[in-house]
Design a protein around this ligand. Structure first.
Ligand code: NAD
Length: 503
């Protein structure tokens, strides 16, 4: 550990780096090696108060900056991010553990979202519509809401903050970000680049710390009318309750238990590629991870055999080594939870086909590595087929036909992503209609969202909102209806334009 790596970082409030009022810190560690990456302020309500006050003050001016100019800041930010992509990719690999290709994709998602939302500065379309009265003009426009509280997880440490911050800013809001406590270092560089792009002080603030402390204070703060949150279902429920007294606008992106269906007419090689990428990419720590594979009985054995062989060939190691296929999981608690689910699966009577163990040797003991794990003969009601494990574990479920496949896929509390591998166009369209998820892929895995489409899920995956694309604007704006009467006299809607029948 060098002196530079052990550096103490601050909160970013009103354009200044400051310590937490209480003076306490917490540490960020490299999950592949245990290396100490830095110490960060363990913030509480006082720090949140300061950040919200800065954001509230900055809002008075930022809301009046023309939206295309707000977009220009996002364009410049995107260009700066592009320039630092390699550096941020490597940093992400060290702090979060992802392999380089995926970390690069995470940064690219932030670049893409910033460019997309920058363009929104020249759209932010409202509507004009005829009036029911003569000489009167009607329109609706999007208005900024105020200070947005953004609370983010560690698994997409650059992309997810960008998915929230870029639309919030272009819509004319200011932001207080509470990044995940496992990836605070990445947030640091992220806000520095916004400042370099010309974002005025106070428009974006960062308060580090734990969820129950800094996060909860942000959710409850009376001057924060919008909370945008991505994370676990249980946290989303707690946040909703905490925000209820303030009647806040709460946007939730929660967990998933996503299924890939493989029909008997599927291209099995392609299906296995899609499963490997979706189940074991990011070590299974994606909200869109394929933790269930629903397979037609006619191809079950062939698919299971091939999948197990390929899973066993995957190389574990630090994300920054080019030879690595699967990096570490985020921390010890995650490793223990994932391993605990292996025991649950075995106890439930599922067949452990491969993996199911904490990986050691070759330096892996220094970090948190878990072998890609495949369970076979899984009953759809088993806990390993119902609960989000958030690790490199997937469950094979055998079905007899298409209808059963759809029933099993839908038979869970979550509804984020789904996929079907088939060559039958009719089945593909029925699946697109009948899979009860916010996202469905045909002949691809469950993961790989593009920024200009809505992102989010049904049922317990959220509360009906969508992130990304045009849909994101609904989270960060309020509609305002405007009526302009140029008749020069009082005209009453619903009264003066109604033909009254003769008595
Ligand atoms: P988490 O809920 O533990 O933490 C997420 C964030 O919430 C962190 O910043 C944490 O500090 C904060 N937090 C925790 N308790 C809080 C509280 N009481 N009040 C306010 N803030 C609080 O989730 P995680 O472990 O970081 O992430 C994994 C989860 O995120 C998984 O369930 C995954 O499916 C989900 N996720 C969903 C999406 C999506 O878009 N649907 C994307 C990525 C991750």
């Amino acid at each position: 550990m060098s002196a530079v790596e052990a550096r103490v970082f601050g909160n970013y409030i009103g354009g200044e780096w400051v310590d937490a009022a209480g003076g306490e810190t917490f540490e960020s560690l490299n999950p592949a090696t245990g290396e100490l990456l830095g110490a960060f302020p363990r913030s509480g309500a006082t720090d949140v108060d300061r950040a919200v006050a800065a954001a509230k003050a900055a809002w008075e001016d930022w809301r009046l900056v023309p939206a295309p100019k707000r977009g220009d800041v996002l364009f410049r930010f995107a260009r700066l991010l592009e320039g630092e992509k390699d550096e941020l990719t490597r940093l992400m690999s060290r702090e979060m553990g992802k392999v380089l290709a995926e970390a690069g994709g995470d940064v690219q998602e932030a670049i893409d979202m910033s460019v997309y939302m920058a363009g929104e500065g020249r759209r932010l379309f409202g509507q004009t519509t005829p009036s029911e009265l003569r000489d009167k003009f009607n329109m609706s426009v999007r208005m900024p809401v105020g200070v947005v509280g953004a609370i983010t997880p560690w698994n997409f440490p650059i992309a997810i903050p960008a998915w929230k911050i870029a639309p919030a800013l272009v819509c004319g809001n200011t932001v207080v970000l509470k990044p995940a406590e496992d990836t605070p270092l990445l947030a640091e560089r992220f806000v520095e680049l916004f400042a370099e792009a010309g974002l005025p002080p106070g428009v974006l603030n960062v308060v580090h710390g734990f969820g129950e402390e800094a996060g909860d204070a942000l959710v409850r703060h009376p001057d924060v009318p919008v909370i945008t949150f991505t994370g676990a279902r249980e946290t989303g429920v707690a946040i909703t309750k905490a925000a209820a007294d303030g009647l806040k606008h709460v946007h939730l992106e929660l967990g998933g238990k996503n299924a890939i269906i493989v029909m008997e007419d599927a291209d099995l090689d392609l299906a296995v590629e899609g499963i490997l990428w979706s189940a074991f990419g990011t070590s299974g720590q994606r909200c869109t991870a394929a933790s269930r594979v629903i397979v037609h009985e006619a191809v079950y054995d062939a698919l299971a055999g091939k999948l197990v062989r390929e899973a066993e060939a995957m190389r574990l190691g630090p994300g920054w080594e080019e030879s690595t296929d699967v990096g570490p999981v985020i921390n010890r608690a995650a490793l223990e939870k994932i391993h605990g689910y292996t025991q649950v699966g075995v106890d439930e009577g599922a067949r452990l086909l491969t993996g199911g163990e904490i990986a050691g040797g070759n330096g892996l003991d220094r970090g948190f590595f878990y072998r890609p794990t495949v369970f076979g003969d899984v009953d759809p009601e088993m806990r390993i087929a119902q609960e989000e494990i958030f690790g490199p574990t997937t469950a094979l479920i055998r079905v007899r036909d298409f209808d059963e496949a759809i029933r099993v896929a839908n038979g869970i509390r979550y509804g984020l992503s789904s996929a079907i591998f088939t060559r039958d166009i009719n089945r593909a369209f029925r699946a697109m209609r009948d899979l009860a998820t916010g996202i469905t892929y045909v002949n691809a895995g469950t993961t790989g969202a593009e920024v200009h489409l809505p992102f989010g899920g049904t049922k317990d995956t959220g509360n009906g909102h969508r992130e990304a694309g045009q849909a994101a604007l609904d989270v960060f704006t309020e509609w305002k209806s405007l009526y302009v009467d140029y008749s020069g006299r009082l005209q009453r809607a619903q009264i003066d334009n109604v033909e009254h029948p003769a008595p």
